[in-house]
Design a protein around this ligand. Structure first.
Ligand code: AMP
Length: 429
């Protein structure tokens, strides 16, 4: 199948060809036609499948065919869970709309709102936003959503995980009731299904498993290791394997910082990326990782959402995630674009429950390899780590943690948010 046969306009085909895409990815083949027909779509797809083009191309086409109003009210609203994803989606839209008379903008928290407001004042057809900043600007009367024709919830599962349900509901209330709705999610929990049922009308279901997240395409290994030897082992793996680009996951922000410091002391160029890092530091770390000046990027699950890092050869779970779905997200970052990759989990005895949950979810036993000199004490306690608390905090009184939701503005005046079911599990990431 070619992009030509999907019914996209010449202006879009020109932009696609400029990007160097020759064939639409499976999710694009499946999602573009129903979106062009104006249908609601519920898509199962994660980052790396080409999902962004899957919804932005048809939206741009619909908007460019639609009636142009002089003031350019916002006609398409794309909500994303993180600033990084918002910025990436926006960058894609800019490229795809290069030959169209459409204007787009991105708004997110953590930066001065004035440039965003100025841009909105000039008229914007497509707005990409994180929920917090959108609500802030809406409350200040600086944004009108009364002409929105298409709503996209990108990475809807992440939005729920990050506690944005209430915000999404508030935003939807101020949208016109007659509109097209598109929802993208990598996982489909009960909550996601409920959200979808409340928002979508007779949706077309489309699904695309990225080539690389099939179990066969990723070499998965579990290395049992004494907890206190994990740092030594990962440094050994990187140094002796001469690894050039490795994404490492920790459960907590503190854990990410500590590991990064140890790596740097061992001569590995590393940076941490998590919710306590300012936007500048996050962007710099990601850029360094992409251009090869950094070898290791140490991330928490939430910070890693939606990062478009192509062709990652190694993903290491320094700590197993306590939410099994996160394992699937993490390993989906290796071997992207069809290449094979390796996902290694450093597993200590106290993570036995997490491993069991993961194996249950992926429906297979993960292959275990022992590394001489690093094996855990066979008598070590398998008592699970207390959920939601990092190792550093186990014996201390838990403080109200600063979460990755910190990218939401504190001036949100829509009232208190309902506690999220996963907040406890995610509290210090
Ligand atoms: P996404 O899943 O939207 O984050 O896209 C993942 C990566 O695939 C991005 O770098 C896109 O630029 C790229 N991409 C999207 N569609 C295609 C395509 N049809 N052919 C090749 N690359 C693509």
């Amino acid at each position: 199948m070619s992009f030509n046969s999907l019914g996209l306009s010449d202006a879009l085909l020109k932009a696609i060809s400029k990007k160097g895409y020759s064939t639409p990815s499976p999710i694009q083949q499946k999602a573009i036609p129903p979106i062009l027909e104006g249908k609601d779509v519920l898509a199962s797809a994660q980052t790396g499948t080409g999902k962004t083009a899957g919804f932005t191309l048809p939206i741009l086409q619909l908007l460019s065919q639609g009636q142009h109003l002089r003031q350019r009210p916002i006609r398409a609203l794309i909500l994303t869970p993180t600033r990084e994803l918002a910025a990436q989606v926006y960058a894609n839209i800019k490229e795809y709309s290069e030959f169209l008379d459409l204007r787009s903008a991105v708004i997110f928290g953590g930066v001065n709102q004035n440039p965003q407001v100025n841009q909105l004042r000039q008229g914007v057809d497509v707005l990409v936003a994180t929920p917090g900043r959108l609500i802030d600007l809406q409350n200040q009367g600086l944004i009108s959503l009364s002409k929105v024709e298409v709503l996209v919830l990108d990475e809807a599962d992440r939005m729920l995980d990050m506690g944005f349900l209430r915000d999404i509901e508030r935003i939807i209330k101020v949208l016109p009731s007659k509109r097209q709705n598109l929802m993208f999610s990598a996982t489909f929990s009960k909550d996601i299904k409920k959200l979808a049922m409340g928002i979508l009308h007779n949706p077309v279901h489309v699904e695309a498993t990225p080539e690389n997240t099939t179990v066969d395409a990723i070499i998965q290994k579990v290395y049992p290791v004494a907890k206190e030897k994990k740092t030594e082992l990962i440094i050994k793996l990187i140094s002796e394997g001469n690894w050039k680009q490795i994404l490492v996951f920790t459960r907590t922000k503190q854990g990410a910082n500590k590991l990064t410091e140890s790596m740097i002391s061992a001569g590995i160029r590393a940076a941490a990326i998590h919710g306590n890092k300012g936007q500048g530091a996050r962007t710099k770390a990601l850029a360094g990782f992409k251009d090869g000046s950094l070898t290791a990027l140490v991330a928490t699950d939430i910070a890693a959402r939606g990062l478009d890092i192509p062709l990652l050869p190694h993903v290491v779970n320094f700590e197993l995630p306590n939410i099994p779905e996160d394992y699937v997200h993490r390993i989906g970052r290796t071997g992207r674009a069809g290449a094979s990759g390796e996902a290694i989990s450093l597993f200590s005895p106290d993570e036995t429950t997490f491993l069991r949950d993961i194996e249950k979810l992926v429906g297979m036993k993960l292959p275990v390899e022992n590394i001489k000199g690093f094996e855990p004490d066979p008598n070590a306690s398998t008592e699970p780590i207390k959920q939601g608390q990092g190792r550093q905090q186990r014996n201390s009184t838990p403080k109200k943690p600063k979460t990755d939701n910190a990218n939401r503005s504190s001036t949100n005046s829509f009232g208190p948010r309902r506690p999220n079911q996963n907040n406890d599990r995610r509290s210090n990431r």
